[in-house]
Design a protein around this ligand. Structure first.
Ligand code: AMP
Ligand code: GLY
Length: 424
């Protein structure tokens, strides 16, 4: 089979790597792909990123299946465009992708289906938002979320009234996030341990993946500003088995059933960001695609064929698919460029990639790299590489990942030292 993967990050490198292992796969294309992906797939930089242009590309390449990595094309309706042309694709329709595309939709949906989430108020105007803040109903910290997609910049945890008012000013009045910040959700701050639970769904049934934990802050000890993710791990028992089964039944299955009942069945990968609080587990957010860098550690534990799962989703029937997961633990440490998550300096030469990958059970996924004029691999963005190790214990996987990292060098490199060590 011929497969097209849409996207360019570490998540997509992991998807391509796993698909390339399938005996059913004869050819992989990626658009736009990246340097790491180009070793396994033919990368095509599209002139035009619109859903229609990508459907035309899939037709021209005569692919049997398209897999979408990032959320933006899903929220823009790529699956609807492919469906109309009878092109098989893995992902939710535009209506179902609203679970991520609109925080207000997601919150209202959770209320309609009695799914546990933080108490919230929807604010349509800045005045309404200022009123909620001055009423202090949620105390401090308080969380403000832009309704629309914001590439990870749409959530502000405000410690006091002035920070909250500043967030309202920036998002709703100055429109720093564009239309995404026109409406806001203001919600109570939840305390607890976070976990990411991802499931595959064909619109009716749910197949859970092993849970993972990611690290969003830039500095050790979960300090400093949020990033796209500085590392992740997955291991057996990350969530207690009974708890996991309950979460799959009470949260994932209720969500999938609810979407089907509302006439917008969800087919694809549903990602639930969870907070395990003293008062039970609550859903912080939905994503409608694989997580980055969760995918790198989750797929590193998949022992069976990823393509079988994707075909089941695209055909709307996962009943015959029984994935098998490894009992090994996996750790991913992200190496970032100087300045990240702020302004970064690109084009630094990267050395030691082969040495790192020659270590046992180590895989280096590219996120933002490119080739310079002399053919050297150089940095090209904030999150540069994701170094993954897989071992029989979490501690051994952690040590192996950091051993691999020591092989890799570029000017300004930085990474967290406490991935898989800090466990809350
Ligand atoms: P989200 O994009 O909704 O996952 O938010 C990004 C991050 O903000 C989450 O992973 C949490 O760390 C934090 N966050 C979001 N909502 C809340 C909340 N209600 N209480 C505490 N932290 C939150
Ligand atoms: N790691 C969080 C995300 O992919 O949204």
């Amino acid at each position: 089979m011929k497969i097209l993967v849409i996207g360019s990050g570490g998540r997509e490198h992991a998807l391509v790597w796993k698909l390339a292992e399938s005996l059913q796969v004869e050819k992989i294309y990626a658009t736009p792909g990246n340097i790491g992906i180009s070793k396994l797939a033919t990368c095509i930089v599209p002139e035009n990123n619109s859903p229609v242009a990508l459907a035309e590309l899939a037709t021209r390449l005569d692919v049997d299946l398209t897999v979408v990595g990032p959320e933006a094309p899903l929220v823009a309706g790529i699956v609807d465009v492919f469906n109309r042309r009878h092109l098989p694709i893995v992902g939710p329709t535009r209506a179902a992708a609203q679970l991520e595309g609109s925080k207000i939709f997601a919150k209202d949906f959770m209320s309609r289906h009695h799914l546990p989430t933080a108490a919230f108020t929807i604010c349509e105007t800045p005045e309404a938002a200022y009123d909620i803040i001055s009423s202090k109903i949620y105390g401090y910290p308080v969380v403000l979320k832009a309704d629309g997609l914001a590439s990870g910049k749409g959530v502000v945890v405000a410690q006091d009234e002035s920070q909250a008012n500043q967030a309202i000013q920036e998002m709703m009045v100055e429109k720093k996030l564009g239309e995404s910040g026109t409406r806001l959700v203001i919600e109570e701050y939840l305390e607890g341990r976070e976990a990411s639970l991802l499931v595959f769904s064909d619109g009716k049934q749910v197949i859970p993946m092993p849970p993972a934990q990611d690290y969003k802050n830039i500095y050790d000890g979960n300090l400093g500003p949020n990033t796209g993710g500085m590392g992740s791990f997955s291991m057996p028992g990350l969530l207690d088995k009974n708890l996991k089964e309950r979460l799959v039944k009470d949260l994932a299955e209720v969500t999938i059933l609810g979407m089907a009942e509302e006439g917008t069945p969800f087919r694809g990968v549903l990602f639930m960001g969870l907070m395990l609080t003293e008062n039970g587990t609550k859903i912080l957010e939905y994503n409608v695609r694989f997580g980055d860098p969760e995918t790198q550690v989750i797929l590193s534990r998949l022992d069976s064929d990823l393509l079988d799962i994707f075909l089941g989703i695209a055909n709307g029937d996962l009943s015959q698919v029984k994935p098998s997961w490894s009992d090994m633990s996996t750790v991913c440490v992200i190496m970032a460029a100087a300045g990240y998550p702020g302004q970064i300096e690109a084009s630094q030469i990267i050395t030691g990639l082969e040495e790192a990958e020659s270590l046992e059970n180590v895989k280096v996924f590219h996120a933002s790299t490119k080739l310079d004029d002399s053919g050297q691999v150089v940095t090209a963005g904030g999150r540069v590489l994701g170094v993954v190790a897989r071992r029989f214990s979490l501690e051994a996987a952690r040590q192996q990942a950091y051993k691999a990292i020591e092989q890799i060098d570029f000017i300004g490199k930085h990474y967290r030292r406490d991935i898989a060590l800090l466990r809350h």
